[in-house]
Design a protein. Structure first.
Length: 399
């Protein structure tokens, strides 16, 4: 069995603590850093805490037992499912300056057979916590990042050995470089150049064309492209928040979606006036429809493209964090159903009201579900003056 070396994990921790957090600047002395890490990723937790302490910041640890979630959903009644510990979570948000969340699954199907309505109801109950974190982040007072610690179960499900799976993580996070932070900074500069060109175009809508896909996505005004912010390691994607009422047409997805202890494959969606009017899947159709039935989850909250020249992730990983950043031959395109990223707004986020967000077409939901396709496709932008320009083709931005 492959065991990552202490040197490798220290590099990983260095990237997360002293680069990804702080939007590429790292943590500062006196910051409070919450570490949410599963039991199976204990070696990385030790490296993370060490990096936080050495930076002069204060670590607060939430150490999560493996295979601990299922029993709660089996035993809990509706009141327990919907309970929201407001004082505790509000206090946590007040204290935190940064959060690192590590994904390390020992049973990807732990919640298989659990009624999806229960799981989704839990997400709705905890949405105020997400809202509090978002509000603090949008004021520039908090940052977060998500990373992954491979397990045998994750590797097996993706059809790889643990060593092969770790190789994708090592490459994808630049941990094979002597100074991965320096390499990440260079990559973010490359992403920033493309992002800057996109933002100068004043795009009114995007048309995505591929096999079984012809989708038009309205962007409207008050939007900017995002990318290279450190909110995810790896992070190669360049994305934007569409207008939630201006998506039309059909899209199919090549990559499986893991959600709530189940897998959904062969997803196809049809949109009319922004809303999903038809949803099908070769596997997991019932779960897909339950998810879409959640408030706001029947509309698009994100549109994203990954340039194959940027990404070093070349294989299917079975985890959205990596799959939405996959390069390979044709890069990837993904949309997220549900919650929009408000930082796609170019103005002062703190001054926009709920009614203002709605008027501008920013979606709100307890769900944000990314669905990925790596098939060959062309993306054409229609500019405000009516001119059309291809911005992405064969896995690469053409700008």
């Amino acid at each position: 069995m492959f065991v990552p070396s202490e040197k490798l994990l220290n590099k990983y921790a260095e990237v997360l603590v002293n680069f990804a957090l702080g939007s590429g600047k790292g943590v500062k002395k006196g910051d409070v850093v919450f570490l949410e890490v599963p039991e199976s990723a204990k070696p990385l937790l030790i490296a993370l805490r060490r990096a936080v302490v050495m930076s002069g910041a204060y670590p607060v640890t939430n150490y999560l037992p493996d295979n601990y979630t299922r029993e709660f959903f089996e035993l809990a009644n509706n009141d327990q499912i919907r309970f929201f510990p407001s004082h505790y979570l509000k206090g946590k948000v007040i204290d935190m300056d940064h959060t690192i969340v590590v994904i390390a699954e020992t049973d990807k199907y732990e919640l298989k057979g659990i009624n999806p309505k229960k799981i989704l109801a839990r997400g709705v109950a905890y949405k105020p916590y997400r809202d509090l974190m978002d509000a603090k982040e949008y004021k520039g007072r908090m940052t977060w990042t998500i990373a992954m610690y491979p397990t045998s179960a994750m590797a097996k499900d993706a059809g790889m050995s643990l060593k092969e799976y770790w190789k994708q993580v090592i490459k994808g996070c630049y941990l094979d470089y002597p100074n991965p932070v320096r390499k990440w900074k260079q990559t973010f500069k490359d992403i920033e150049r493309v992002r800057g060109r996109l933002n100068k175009l004043k795009i009114k809508s995007l048309r995505v064309q591929a096999k079984d896909t012809d989708l038009e996505i309205g962007l409207d005004k008050n939007r900017k492209w995002l990318g290279g912010g450190g909110r995810n390691i790896p992070s190669y994607e360049i994305f934007i928040t569409p207008h939630m009422d201006k998506t039309e047409g059909d899209i199919s997805f090549s990559e499986p979606l893991y959600r709530y202890g189940n897998v959904v494959k062969g997803v196809k969606l049809s949109f009319n006036k922004g809303k999903v009017v038809k949803a099908s899947a070769k596997l997991g159709k019932k779960l897909l429809k339950e998810m879409i039935a959640t408030k706001g989850a029947d509309k698009v909250g994100e549109f994203s493209l990954t340039d194959a020249r940027f990404s070093r992730v070349t294989k299917y990983m079975g985890e959205t964090l990596f799959d939405e950043n996959r390069g390979g031959r044709f890069g990837n395109t993904h949309i997220a159903l549900g919650l929009s990223y408000k930082d796609s707004y170019p103005g002062n986020i703190a001054k926009v009201t709920k009614a203002g967000w709605r008027a501008m077409g920013y979606n709100d939901s307890s769900v944000h579900t990314d669905i990925v396709s790596t098939t060959r496709r062309t993306v054409t932008a229609t500019l405000e003056g009516g001119k059309e320009i291809v911005i992405y083709k064969d896995g690469r931005f053409t700008l």
